[in-house]
Design a protein around this ligand. Structure first.
Ligand SMILES: NC(=O)c1ccc[n+]([C@@H]2O[C@H](COP(=O)([O-])OP(=O)(O)OC[C@H]3O[C@@H](n4cnc5c(N)ncnc54)[C@H](OP(=O)(O)O)[C@@H]3O)[C@@H](O)[C@H]2O)c1
Length: 346
């Protein structure tokens, strides 16, 4: 990276949207310790004190990616832009504004800037969509089709297409797009939070509720449709993104998943919960219902992810970026559950 010609590489200034999220915290922690990075400027909406976390190179701006002026303020004079700000689970109208308009603001500002040489964007495994004809494993050559009724998935596919259109005919900045699977870890508890519908007292759609009622146990019960899941540790996502920040490997699309796969029974076992096998047809029916039930939080739409296996190969990241994830799937799950217990989330 930088100038072999001058013998000394200029240190990088890195702009990050969403530095206070699950991936952002791990990425900033890592870049703080990366000698090639001189300055980090992060932006999210809530007040946040990075110095309380020991951040020394990082300046925090309170701002919103839906406001083009805020985005310009963030990106101005930086060498690399990392776009993480997103609404993963939430109100659909807010998600459209933040995810679609906010991301376009970030992409366009990075592309128009004369200083930005790299744009790093975290898409998701969800961009592929949850289709029964998906190949296993999914490689980066497979076109992201999204799943229309799962807005997060549809938006991720739409944004990858929008970014490709914006980049068409351009040779800079270099663009790295990452497609992580479920991100977990001590500060990434989404996986655990998504199990909330299975706690006692939550209304589930039939026939799921009926099936689970028929099992007379006091502990929560997770349905297991037998579909395998991938997870990746937040620190390992950070190390892949940091490689892109430094311009390692070739720009392009990279899947990110830890080695090993999990089932809902593995998750139930680690939680000390019960699991019951759920026939595929019940998952289909439940997914249809969940898609239509307005009172269920959008998080319950996770069930779409359990209809078909969506398993990715991360060989490209390992080969191109020399990505060496430190945690396998089971280690990631155990750390996440331990943190969730520690924080009283379970
Ligand atoms: N977590 C996963 O399992 C996973 C898996 C695959 C891909 N990804 C992708 O990776 C990226 C980062 O995910 P994450 O898990 O770190 O998300 P996260 O934990 O939900 O954090 C989201 C971050 O974005 C900020 N943000 C949200 N709306 C914003 C806005 N309008 N303007 C500025 N900042 C805003 C949030 O802070 P404020 O709310 O304070 O603004 C927070 O810092 C997302 O694109 C996500 O889709 C995540």
């Amino acid at each position: 990276m930088g100038s072999a010609k001058t013998g000394r590489a200029r240190k990088l200034s890195v702009a990050i949207t969403g530095p206070t999220g699950a991936i952002g915290l791990a990425l900033v922690d890592l870049l703080e310790k990366t000698p090639e990075v001189a300055r980090i400027v992060g932006m999210a909406r809530s007040p946040f004190d990075g110095s309380a976390r020991g951040w020394r190179k990082t300046e925090y701006l309170q701002g919103d990616v839906t406001d083009p002026d805020d985005v310009r303020r963030l990106v101005e004079g930086t060498d690399v832009v990392v776009h993480l700000a997103f609404i993963i689970i939430g109100d659909i109208a807010e998600s459209r504004s933040v995810n679609l308009q906010g991301s376009r603001n970030v992409f366009e500002t990075a592309l128009e800037s004369s200083s930005v040489k790299r744009l790093v964007y975290t898409s998701s495994v969800a961009a592929y969509g949850f289709h029964s004809d998906n190949p296993t494993p999914l490689t980066e050559e497979v076109a992201p089709r999204g799943t229309d009724r799962f807005y997060y998935s549809a938006q991720k596919a739409e944004l990858e297409a929008a970014l490709a259109r914006l980049m068409s005919g351009r040779d800079r900045p270099d663009v790295y797009v990452f497609r992580p699977c479920i991100v977990a870890g001590p500060e990434a508890l989404l996986l655990i939070e998504n199990l909330a519908p299975f706690r006692p007292g939550t209304r589930l759609p039939e026939p799921l509720a009926g099936m689970l009622r028929s099992v007379p146990f006091a502990k929560p019960i997770l349905p297991d449709p037998g579909v395998r899941l991938q997870v990746v540790h937040q620190a390992d996502v950070a190390s892949a993104l940091a490689a892109a920040v430094l311009g390692r490997g070739r720009p392009g699309v990279y899947n990110l998943a830890a080695s090993g796969e999990l089932t809902m029974t593995d998750i139930a076992d680690e939680l000390g919960w019960y699991s019951v096998p759920l026939p595929g047809v019940a998952v289909e029916v439940a997914a249809e219902l969940v898609a239509q039930v307005p009172y269920l939080p959008s998080g319950a739409r996770w069930i779409d992810a359990l209809r078909v296996p969506v398993i990715m190969s991360s060989d490209k990241a390992r080969a191109e970026l020399d990505w060496r994830p430190r945690y396998d799937a089971m280690e990631t799950l155990r750390e996440t559950i331990a943190a969730a217990f520690g924080r009283g989330e379970l």
